[in-house]
Write a protein of this length. Sequence first.
Length: 402
Amino acid sequence: MDPESPWPSLMDGALHTNLLARGMPEESSPEQWVSAHLDILRTLQREFLLAGSQILSTPTLGAGSASLCTRLASITVELAREAGGKAAGVLGPAGLDAQREENPFDHLVQLYREKAAALEQAGVDFFSLEEMASLTEARAGVLACRPFRKPVSVSFALNEDGETLDGGDPAASLLTLQQLGIAVFGVSSSAGPDPLIPAVRQLKKFSHVPLAVRPSAGQPNPLLPHVYEIGPSSFQKAAQKLLKAGADILGGGRGTTPTHIAEVKRLLERGDISPAAPLPEKPEQHNDILLCNGLEFFSLDAERMEFTEPILCESDMADRLLSAEEDSQDLLLIHLDTPEDAALFGANQYLAQLPVCFHSDNEAALARALFLYQGRCLVDSQCEIPGPILQLLSNRYGAILY
């Protein structure tokens, strides 16, 4: 944990499982149910504050309407203010609805922007993209929140193998998103704390932002479904391991109660959180360029990179992308003449297993390609676009001007 971080070190615990334990039917939407039981929401969030939580999460993970989002978030904001804490405006996974649109990524950004506007109206301190399953939806959320000029935290749900739910390396998401200006990067897992420990150690090698971790309390008891296998004292021990692995901010996932959070608070007050072994050093990067596609990252020697021949964009690029990879090059050099070319590559980008360098003499084409590309790429500086504009576009989308 970084003692100089401006971020509080303790979040709250689970919402859904605590509501179930307090009478919410299994089939209910948490957002709809708490809107009719605001007293239960207030009581639960006050209990988290009394347990030591410094960050309260708005109960808006799956809130559909803007008015409901603002109404529920306002309660959290009020309670957090009274306790001197921060209110995190929660935006959850968008699901598959956006994929049916003609321009799915544009639509995804718009969906997140509308929800962010509702949370902004409620007065949240920062935006928190929670339980992200893919870099695509996380990027959409980050870009959507930008106009509101508030910090953005992004957290990915990991599977038992420590991968994102779409099979990606969380380090690729970290490397991409911190270049977009996120304030905090986080991970969670319904499988309990164990898969998160190696993930945190790996992420610490590359992070320039605080790492937030929300482990669950494991699996529910078959006989007592509202009681989970990892109790408060065991959860405290797991939290200590995560802090030693490099976590900066802790909270609780599924099955964690205010009592779990209180145990973590006691751990933090004891101060026994120094790493058991030296944290891994960040890799030497003076000659390395770190690039990412949607699933993995690549560390390339800047002086030895080999590019494909320029690849023109078309509706079906599968053969060209696959043949380029068979030539054992390091990067795909994608040539863009128009914004339509950018859209064509955007539709084919998931076939590209290698990192990407964009070349274009057209500012609008390059801007569109950088907006749509779900990763961190290079931009070829040898073009007719003026240098200041190239640098501006590269900075806006976290690309590297080469």
